[in-house]
Design a protein around this ligand. Structure first.
Ligand code: ATP
Length: 202
């Protein structure tokens, strides 16, 4: 899965819609201090499901919505769309027939939010599953920001293991194991209740 394009509207300093095409092997974002370079990375992280305002350099999630300037009114909504090419075939089977995958996240100032996969509303979980084991994702290693290398080097072994498991492709199976364990526990509780009912009837 390769990032093809990023569309940003109303996110942080991007009051007008901005489109960034990543159609070269390497893309550099250059500009003066404070022009919004890091906001591009924040937008990518956010659309992939980042839940922590702190990781996006804000106090609350509302801080990611364009807050206005001397000349422009604040906006009521932030929207970011990230487009991936599926050409390398390294996508979940259900997306193989699509030429691209579009992931969209919206946040309104009243706190309402939407996630969309190929323009269809979906859950955050669907987006997380799409990225599992790809190395892409809100917590994966595809975004190496300032200080991250140092953080990895100083991380506890179990924290570092998370990155290795993601690269090895076992994250998805671990997540599925958690879901299966929950189902097994629910079934065990149901069986206990059933046993109680049977012994009451006897
Ligand atoms: P540097 O080169 O110094 O690291 P940068 O180009 O990476 O800077 P960013 O940190 O991406 O810059 O952007 C900072 C700018 O984004 C500031 O001007 C700040 O006012 C603006 N900004 C951040 N959040 C919002 C918001 N919600 N609404 C409007 N502007 C915002």
């Amino acid at each position: 899965m390769k990032i093809k394009r990023l569309e940003i509207h109303g996110f942080k300093s991007f009051q007008d819609k901005a489109v960034l095409d990543f159609n070269q092997p390497i893309t550099g974002v250059v500009g003066p201090n404070g022009c919004g370079k890091s906001n591009v990375v924040d937008a990518i992280r956010w659309v992939m499901g980042e839940q922590s305002a702190k990781n996006l350099r804000g106090k609350s999630m509302e801080d990611i919505i364009f807050g206005g300037t001397e000349f422009r009114k604040p906006l009521g909504m932030a929207e970011v769309s990230l487009f991936f090419s599926t050409e390398d075939g390294r996508v979940p089977a259900k997306y193989l027939n699509f030429s691209e995958i579009q992931v969209t996240r919206r946040l309104y100032r009243d706190g309402d939010s939407d996630y969309l996969l190929n323009k269809t509303p979906c859950r955050l979980l669907d987006i997380a599953e799409l990225f599992m084991d790809t190395g892409i994702g809100a917590k994966a290693y595809s975004i190496i920001e300032q200080g991250k290398i140092g953080m990895i080097l100083h991380a506890k072994p179990e924290e570092r293991r998370f990155l290795i498991e993601e690269a090895a492709g076992v994250t998805k199976f671990k997540a599925r194991k958690v879901v299966a364990m929950k189902k097994m526990e629910a079934t065990r509780q149901n069986l206990l209740r059933l046993g109680d009912i049977i012994s009451e009837i006897k």
